[in-house]
Design a protein around this ligand. Structure first.
Ligand SMILES: Nc1ncnc2c1ncn2[C@@H]1O[C@H](COP(=O)(O)OP(=O)(O)OP(=O)(O)O)[C@@H](O)[C@H]1O
Ligand SMILES: [Mg+2]
Length: 652
């Protein structure tokens, strides 16, 4: 290796000097973080209007915000002598001391938004306090602030932002179509409107009014009105269950969406913290967790939650757009959100209504009964008010119902008594404690049935297609419920197993001969993760020889399940989902095991049921939690209310 070259011709030039940036450039850099697209401007202007105590806010947009964004409010206005400072960087009326930064009660606090926006646009501020005799107008053009001039305007503030990004062509190029940019703006208006029902909002695009929300004291009404447009109408109000929760300084109010409102995306998920829209991975996880077993795993629940807590319990100053916060005790917030939703969901009737009324009365001309319904089967499609093609299907089912259930013959004999089932075993719907006599010929009603007959339950019923139970609704609203026998039985078994497993060890039934099952080393590893859990369920397993295990006992509740098949499928499943189960949280592991057990033990579609079995199924339905959905989140029950039926048949 030679020495360093000292030849002056190859020496590097001296390093560039450090110089302070000019203000205009500082603002542009800040704007890069704060102002990403027209919607970010709208967000900042709306926050300022809310901070100013506005009761009416009008947003006017032209060409997706490219040419004009105007936000007018009737808030407190800016005193004439301060107006120029509104555009200055790091100038704010909202905080003064470092302590204030950790107890922020306003949307804004950095004194940065207007300076940033005005550095990449032409901005005009018109403002008037209530005490002032007239308004003043200030204009910023090419980063130069013109002196204020008096003007006529009512108290409040209007900001007009023209030619956004005229000075930053790179940003301009990144803008999408007007429609896309406007949809982001629309979303921003919703985020301001949802937590502020007391404020009236209008939003116009290219001189068309797109949104009009009147001020109201009713948060439920506001949420329903604001979000209705975003999903093609439908009775959103009825599908949002109000909730209120308070625990150790954390207040949560808002709405839990019915499982039927779940969507493939997060469009109906909103979290607000002290009125500020936030995104928080951990809290989104809590939402999802609360709906476990009520919606399909890939679906996103609907929930609009307003969290309240002392402002010193979190830090907003961690994200350029202020949409992420850092909680001092994120665990408590997580638990509160989970508890608030769970409590509400467990105490609510989540049976989806089959909504037919609007579409029967010829809404829109899309008509035509072609095509299949949504991916979750015809019924979930029928609940989706945005698609009209389901009406024919719904009609068909209703027609089918009446064809089969002629009034002269209210109960059809579909039971095992008249047509022997493929597996001739009337006791296979097993409820409660195992009966003393497990003899297959025993056709007596399950013990639990007698116990629970006094409960409010569905009325008369029949089984159709050996798969669905159609019953008179026991609900005050009357009508018809249609039940998927497998899905409902699955949920019942799941809850039963869950209750027992968490109450303490379950008694297993000794097998006369142990069941021997060959297993691979990977299966053996997966087995280790669930062995203690299986033991509490009454499944006792020992090693048999090098490549196989022996099952010695199995829960009587699962007497219809083949132990070897159950274990093989469970271990396969664990290898699929979570590194042999080792990556799953205890709760998830329990869910997997119970899920597998209840699915295998539940009566299958296509099996005829006796009257007693159906009665027992319906009676148990009233007793278990979350009976509206099976453990995978699919509905167990659909309801057609009496008033809906009367409307359909034009009886009203
Ligand atoms: N619509 C309005 N009504 C009344 N005062 C306003 C309005 N918009 C802005 N102001 C005043 O102008 C100041 C600067 O606004 P700007 O949005 O730039 O900063 P900020 O809201 O204080 O903080 P942030 O940068 O976090 O938004 C505000 O502190 C407020 O005093
Ligand atoms: Mg602001």
């Amino acid at each position: 290796m030679g020495g360093m070259s000292t030849d002056p011709s190859t020496a590097t030039p001296p390093p560039p000097r450090i110089r302070p940036l000019p203000d205009a450039l500082i603002n542009k850099i800040a704007a890069g973080e704060v102002v990403e697209r027209p919607a970010s401007v709208v967000k900042e202007l709306l926050e300022n209007a809310i901070d100013a105590g506005a009761r009416r806010i009008a947003v006017t947009i032209e060409e997706g915000g490219r040419t004009l964004i105007r936000v007018s409010d009737d808030g407190q206005g800016i005193p004439a002598e301060d107006a120029a400072l509104a555009f200055a960087q790091h100038a704010t009326s909202k905080i003064q001391s470092p302590e204030d930064l950790f107890a922020i009660t306003t949307m804004g606090f950095r004194g940065e938004a207007l300076a940033s926006i005005a550095s990449v646009s032409h901005a005009t501020l018109t403002t008037r306090t209530r005490a002032a005799e007239h308004a003043i107008v200030l204009e910023v053009k090419d980063s130069v602030l013109a002196p204020a001039v008096p003007a006529a305007a009512p108290p409040g503030t209007t900001l007009e932002i023209r030619d956004l990004f005229y000075s930053v062509p790179a940003r301009r190029k990144f803008l999408r179509t007007d429609a896309t940019e406007f949809s982001h703006i629309h979303e921003m208006v919703l985020r301001s409107a949802l937590p502020h029902p007391e404020v009236g909002f209008t939003l116009g695009h290219n001189s068309r009014t797109v949104l009009e929300l009147r001020a109201t004291q009713d948060a439920h009404l506001r949420v329903a009105e604001a979000l209705t447009g975003s999903d093609g109408g439908g009775d959103l109000h009825a599908q949002l269950i109000p909730l209120r929760f308070e625990e150790r300084g954390i207040g949560i109010s808002g709405f839990a969406g019915q499982p039927s409102l779940a969507r493939p995306n997060v469009k109906f998920q909103y979290l607000f913290l002290n009125g500020r829209f936030i995104r928080d991975r951990s809290l989104f996880h809590a939402l999802k967790e609360a709906y476990r077993g009520l919606i399909e795993p890939a679906a996103q629940p609907a929930a609009i939650l307003f969290l309240r807590m002392d402002p010193s319990w979190f830090d907003v100053n961690v994200h350029p757009q202020k949409t992420e916060v850092r909680f001092r005790d994120s665990g408590s917030v997580y638990r509160a959100v989970l508890a608030a939703l769970r409590e509400k969901l467990l105490s609510s009737d989540l049976t989806p209504q089959v909504r037919t009324a609007n579409r029967f009365e010829g809404a829109g001309g899309q008509g035509g009964g072609q095509g299949s319904a949504g991916s979750h089967g015809p019924w979930s499609g029928a609940r989706d008010a945005s698609s009209s093609r389901d009406s024919a299907e719904t009609r068909q089912v209703i027609a089918e119902f009446f064809r089969q259930a002629s009034p002269a013959q209210p109960r059809l004999e579909y039971g095992v008594e008249t047509s022997p089932s493929p597996i001739d075993d009337p006791s296979r719907v097993t409820f409660g404690e195992p009966r003393a006599s497990e003899k297959p010929e025993s056709a007596e009603a399950p013990a639990a049935l007698v116990e629970h007959q006094h409960l409010k339950s569905e009325g008369r019923f029949i089984q159709l297609h050996n798969t669905f139970i159609v019953a008179e609704s026991g609900d005050a609203a009357g009508g018809i419920v249609i039940i998927d026998q497998h899905a409902l039985h699955e949920r019942i078994l799941y809850e039963e197993l869950f209750a027992r497993a968490t109450r303490g060890a379950l008694e297993g039934q000794r097998l006369l001969l142990p069941e021997i099952l060959p297993i691979t080393p990977r299966h053996a590893a997966a087995l280790e993760t669930v062995r203690p859990l299986l033991a509490t369920l009454g499944i006792e397993i020992t090693d048999f020889d090098a490549g196989s295990i022996a099952v010695h006992s199995f829960p009587s509740l699962l007497s219809k399940v083949n132990p070897r098949e159950f274990l093989r499928d469970l271990l396969d499943r664990l290898l699929d989902v979570g590194g042999g189960g080792s990556k799953l949280a205890p709760e998830e592991l329990l869910h997997e095991v119970l899920d597998m057990a209840s699915c295998k033990a539940a009566v299958k579609a296509g099996y005829p049921l006796s009257q007693e079995e159906i009665a027992a199924l319906l009676a148990r339905k009233e007793q278990v939690d979350r009976s509206s959905n099976c453990p995978h989140g699919r509905p167990t029950t659909l309801r057609l209310s009496l008033s809906d039926l009367e409307r359909q048949f034009k009886r009203k």
